[in-house]
Design a protein around this ligand. Structure first.
Ligand code: NDP
Ligand code: A1CAB
Length: 277
């Protein structure tokens, strides 16, 4: 899969924070030679970035080595600074790189305006479990992405987890609100369960260990057992037992997690729409 990427035609990641860093580490783990990866990030260039050698980190596009023609440019910066960064990307389009954006909200049409109407652009929405090869990424491409570039973008994202092509870019804000932001909802569930355990008299450390391992174990079971989440839930729930009593609250008619989750995902989707307007 890495044939399209070389020292002369590297993969360039712009922005190596939480998501860019997660993908970079995932690709290195999946076999991308470090000499084929260039990272542009002013802070990472000063402070270093976990798991990535400092020799491939540069503070700006202007300081990238001469005579390289990126095969892929990954935009992993905040949507809010895209305007400031795109002119330097536009100046590095010789060689016709594939542009892959992970930015929430930001539409393909916005990139085409700065990078050229016929620039090949794939918009993706990964999530941070990509750093251990367990992400899920949705993808959508514009008409200027060639078949081989489409394959390459899918292979890149498959190297860090599962992939799903969307039929329309209009689905992207809902996807972002569900699977892009989703890991944070689950991590908050760990916090909430641990706090509940502490409130029931367990010491904080024990409560956190139990909450964390319960969510991790349930996640691992979900990925190994193909039965539905409903069946896995029912297997825990003994008739008239403790789980049934707990779920009466969590799935109650008035206050329930489904309702709260709908509000949560709706708010995240709305924010995606705002970021793209
Ligand atoms: N975090 C997540 O789980 C996910 C994030 N995304 C998307 O990924 C993108 C990045 O988000 P995230 O990783 O969370 O944010 P981070 O702030 O962690 O990462 C962005 C990085 O870009 C750096 N940066 C700032 N200015 C420049 C510049 N001019 N050139 C290059 N790098 C620069 C930042 O440095 P500094 O810290 O100094 O600003 C930071 O290291 C966003 O568009 C977001 O929507 C998508 C899916 C999931
Ligand atoms: O919070 C955000 O805006 C980004 C996009 C999805 C996850 N993190």
């Amino acid at each position: 899969m890495w044939e399209a990427i070389s020292e002369e035609k590297p993969l360039v990641i712009i922005g190596c924070g939480k998501m860019g860093g997660a993908m970079a580490r995932g690709w290195l783990k999946a076999g991308l030679p470090e000499s084929h990866l260039l990272v542009v990030d002013p802070v990472a260039a000063r402070t270093g970035v976990e798991g990535i050698s400092c020799s491939c980190v540069f503070p700006s596009m202007e300081e990238l080595p001469a005579n390289i023609y990126p095969s892929v440019i990954i935009l992993a910066i905040k949507p809010q600074i895209m305007d400031a960064v795109l002119p330097a990307v536009a100046a590095n389009m010789q060689g016709g790189p594939l542009i892959i954006s992970v930015a929430a909200g930001t539409r393909i049409g916005y990139f085409s305006k700065s990078l050229g109407r016929d620039a090949p652009i794939v918009r993706v929405m990964p999530n941070t479990p990509a750093s251990i090869g367990c992400g899920i990424t949705t993808l959508v491409a514009n008409d200027y992405v060639s078949e081989s570039q489409r394959k390459l973008s899918e292979q890149l994202m498959k190297a860090v987890g599962k992939t799903v092509w969307l039929s329309s870019e209009d689905q992207m804000n809902a996807v972002t609100a569900l699977s892009g932001s989703g890991p944070a909802y689950v991590f908050h569930m760990v916090e909430a369960m641990a706090a509940a355990g502490s409130a029931m008299g367990l010491d904080d450390e024990l409560a956190m260990t139990l909450a964390r391992e319960t969510i991790a174990g349930a996640g691992a079971l979900l990925s190994h057992d193909t039965r539905s989440a409903k069946i896995l839930r029912e297997e825990v729930t003994s008739p008239k037992g403790t789980t049934a009593a707990g779920l009466e609250v969590l799935m109650g008619a008035d206050t329930n997690l489904s309702q709260l989750m709908r509000q949560t995902v709706r708010a995240a989707k709305k924010r995606g729409e705002e970021l793209g307007s």
